[in-house]
Every structure is written in C-alpha cells, then in structure tokens.
Design a protein around this ligand. Structure first.
Ligand SMILES: Cc1cc2nc3c(=O)[nH]c(=O)nc-3n(C[C@H](O)[C@H](O)[C@H](O)COP(=O)(O)OP(=O)(O)OC[C@H]3O[C@@H](n4cnc5c(N)ncnc54)[C@H](O)[C@@H]3O)c2cc1C
Length: 392
C-alpha cells in the first residue's frame, strides 16, 4: 500500500495497514506533521460544540478515541480542565450549557472525568485573570490536550516499528490506476522514481484535492473548501486549564489554552482560503479578532504575540458559516466495488485511528487477505526518539 502525506491521517493509515499485515510505504513531501497536523488547536476532545449541530455520532466516536489515546499515549495526551465562563451577554445560556455538558458526560460514559460542575465563586479569582465583573457562573469539565506534531511522529514511530517505510522528503507526482494496481511516480533526492502498489491512500490534507487530480483515470471530484484557522502564541501560561470563550460580537467559540512550559495559545478563526496550502499565513484581521476577544476576557494579560500560524481544515463546500459544516470525515474512492484509491477529506486529529481503520475496511474490498500482527486499539504510543518536528 502506498500512502501520500505524513500528517496524522497518513501515519495513522500506515500504522493500521502494517498492523493488519500489509507492506506500506509512506511519501511525505517536506516533514512529518508539516501541514495541518502541527497547526491544530491540539485538543483531543469530543468536540462539545458539535453537539449544537447535532453531530452526535462524531462526538461519541471522538470521546471514545480520546479515552483510548489517554490510555495508549499517556506521555503525549493529557487530561485537561476546561472552563466556560458565562456573562449576561453570553448567547449560550447556563441551562443550555448544562444540557450540552450533561449530554457530553453521557456520551463519554460518565466516569470520574465525564462529570462537570460549576466553580464556587470564591475560586473565580484564581482563573488566570479572567474578567470577573458581571460573571454569572463558570462551568468546568474535562477534555484532553496534546502536542499534535509529537503525536504524529509517535504514530509514525509505531508504524515504523511494525515495518512501514517512510520516504521523506518525497513528493508524489502522478499515478495511473491499472486493473491490477497503481503505477505511482514521485520525486525524492532530486530524482524521479516509480513504484507499484495495490492501493493508494491520499492523505494529503489540504493538498488532497490537487493530489487526486493527478490520478489517471481521474477519480470523481469532491466539493470541498480549505478553511483557514489561525493560532497565536502569547507569553505567560494560563495555569488552571483551557478556557472556552465566546467572541462578543459574533458569538463564535475561541479557546485560550496553556501551551508548553510558559505560553498561552489562542485560537482559532475561520476564513475561506483558495491559495497554495504551503503559503497559508495568519492575516492582520485574524490577529486583531483573536486579540480583541482575549483582551475582553483577560484584560490584564500580555498581548505581545510571540508567534502565529495558520492551518487549513478541509470542509464540505456549503454556503454560510464554517461553524455549521459537517466535520465528518469523507472517504471517496475511485471505484466502489474494487477501490484502488481512497482519499481522506476532513477529519479530526482526535479521530485519526478510527478514520484509519475505516480506510482499511474500504480497502479490504481490494486487498488480499492478510495476517494481522497487532491491533491499533492496543498499541501503546511512545515519545518519539527522532527529534525533528515543526516548532509549533
Ligand atoms: C485551525 C485548526 C484547528 C484544529 N483543531 C483540532 C483539534 O483541536 N482537535 C482535533 O482533533 N482536530 C483539530 N483540527 C483538525 C486536524 O488538525 C486535522 O483534521 C488533521 O491534522 C488533518 O491531518 P491530515 O493528515 O489529513 O493533513 P495534514 O496534516 O495537512 O497532512 C498532509 C500531509 O501531506 C503532505 N503532502 C501534500 N502533498 C503531498 C505530495 N504531493 N507528496 C507527498 N506529501 C504530500 C503534506 O506535506 C502534509 O504533511 C484542527 C484543524 C485546524 C485547521
């Protein structure tokens, strides 16, 4: 099997396929996690806000994956407290929050960390400088946080230990789908090479549509947009946990999160993006938007931006707010009966393992039977030994 793209989905598929007993080669054009998988909000979560758009099965699956990752990767995925402050202007009223958090708890199986509560008033002063004027209540619940690039490298390490080969940097150029497999050409070390594979997985994230167009015959096109989301790194760490704040003028939810030893991460935005995925950068408007919200809720904290970056979500093309678009992963194939090519569009960092297993289920229609050597739901993920990773 050939996998294109060394983001979380590509390495996840490489791990699932080698665990299932297949030979896998993964091509990555620059560095592991150089794309979206180092530019996410770094949350391993069910996605509380997806309950608003009734994406119940997505939330349930993500909560299940969160628990699994906490078990399999305790050095890389950590539980984190989340706080939701409510003011008179907050659009999601306390009863809606209770309902949402109650459902979230139910979907997560109500363990010790499934429960939510309201924070006693005498603790409000310890919330990292959160504005307490007019504060009505603060909800606290649990989710999890990771380092997305580190997680990607850890999954690749696991795939490698099972026998997957990574060629990096190596850029996929084109492929021809033939009756007995795919003939793939790529460029590595300044030279063009070719290889044969029974199946190809296009896990090129925001490049996936461009990659799919380089197949002959061309697979059916999928209407998707790249939607930019920016994060800002600020000095000083919010120590108590992550904050879920509502931007006063448009009511969007934005996260304020502790990051590394001494930083705070603020994000994210939603902006339609049509350019080269490699060239995506935060705009001044996005920075101002995030900082205005941050100043509003944390008036005493520094807004000297240390670093800023943007990532791209792949979402189904629809008119209107990105917020309401489905976050379900789409896996279009070239041929339903006997797929040679599967593309991964969209998805979540949190659900990468479930997505990879779904890709394997699709490809089993084509692949010969194999002898599994491991199960991804039982494979521990260790801190990667190789040091190279994007700084984000
Ligand atoms: C702003 C933002 C915040 C997010 N926050 C969260 C979150 O908190 N939690 C969560 O669960 N999910 C989150 N997500 C979603 C999650 O980050 C993505 O779903 C996930 O990282 C996508 O991974 P990927 O492997 O599909 O793509 P990518 O990580 O972009 O990987 C694609 C790879 O393909 C490579 N590639 C492209 N073309 C070629 C080629 N021709 N040859 C070889 N290699 C190629 C690229 O170099 C890249 O490394 C967020 C997304 C965004 C944008």
């Amino acid at each position: 099997m050939l996998v294109i793209g060394g983001g979380i989905h590509g390495v996840g598929v490489a791990q699932a396929a080698t665990a299932a007993g297949y030979d896998v080669v993964l091509l990555e054009q620059s560095r592991l996690a150089e794309g979206t998988s180092s530019r996410s909000s770094k949350l391993i979560h069910g996605g509380l806000r997806y309950l608003e758009t009734a994406q119940i099965s997505l939330v349930r699956e993500s909560l299940h994956e969160r628990e699994l990752l906490l078990k399999l990767a305790p050095d890389i995925v950590k539980r984190q407290k989340f706080f939701i402050p409510v003011y008179p202007q907050t659009s999601r009223r306390p009863w809606i929050m209770r309902l949402g958090l109650g459902l979230y708890a139910l979907l997560s199986g109500i363990g010790e960390y499934g429960r939510f509560h309201t924070l006693p008033r005498n603790e409000w002063g310890s919330l990292d400088g959160l504005k307490t004027k007019d504060l009505q209540t603060v909800f606290q619940y649990w989710d999890a946080q990771t380092d997305d690039a580190l997680l990607t490298r850890a999954v690749m390490q696991s795939a490698h230990q099972l026998g997957a080969r990574l060629i990096c940097p190596a850029r996929f150029l084109s492929a021809r789908i033939e009756p007995d497999g795919c003939l793939v050409s790529y460029r590595a070390d300044g030279e063009d090479s070719a290889c044969r594979s029974l199946t190809v997985v296009n896990a090129a994230g925001p490049w996936a549509r461009a990659v799919a167009r380089k197949f002959t015959p061309a697979p059916p096109d999928l209407a998707v947009d790249n939607v930019q989301g920016t994060h800002l790194e600020l000095p000083g760490k919010v120590e108590r946990g992550c904050y879920y704040i509502e931007v006063p003028h448009d009511k969007r939810a934005v996260f304020v999160m502790p990051w590394k030893d001494n930083y705070t991460l603020l994000g994210t935005t939603e902006r339609h993006y049509c350019g080269d995925p490699a060239a995506v950068v935060p705009t001044p408007e996005e920075k101002a938007y995030l900082l205005d919200a941050y100043r509003h809720y944390f008036p005493g904290r520094s807004v000297d931006v240390i670093d800023a970056w943007a990532g791209l979500r792949v979402l189904p093309s629809v008119r209107g707010s990105s917020f309401k678009r489905s976050r379900e992963t789409q896996l279009p194939v070239d041929n339903e009966a006997k797929p040679r090519l599967v593309s991964i569009f969209g998805g979540k960092l949190t659900g990468y393992r479930a997505t990879a297993e779904r890709v394997m289920t699709v490809l089993r229609r084509t692949l010969p039977p194999s002898r599994p050597v491991a199960a991804t739901s039982e494979l521990p993920l260790q801190l990667p030994i190789a040091p190279s990773s994007p700084a984000r």
